[in-house]
Design a protein. Structure first.
Length: 73
């Protein structure tokens, strides 16, 4: 996976503090963006599959967990 340069605008005091502590702002921003992307991807997946999730939950409520008799715990 390659890397690209992007421009970000952040609070000046925050930038000074991060530099003073020797923090790698690019890596921190990348981690935060990755977490936000993952969260949004999961939210959208749940939304897109809401009906199936609800139907499965209803099925389990009515009939129990599939193959439950084979569980050893």
């Amino acid at each position: 996976m390659g890397r690209v340069k992007v421009n970000l605008t952040i609070d000046e005091e925050l930038s000074r503090a991060a530099r003073a502590y020797g923090l790698n702002m690019s890596r921190l921003a990348e981690s935060a963006i990755a977490a936000a992307v993952k969260e949004e991807r999961n939210r959208r997946w749940r939304e897109e599959n809401r009906e199936a999730i609800h139907a499965y939950s209803h099925e389990v409520e009515q009939n129990g967990v599939p193959l439950a008799r084979y569980r050893s715990f």
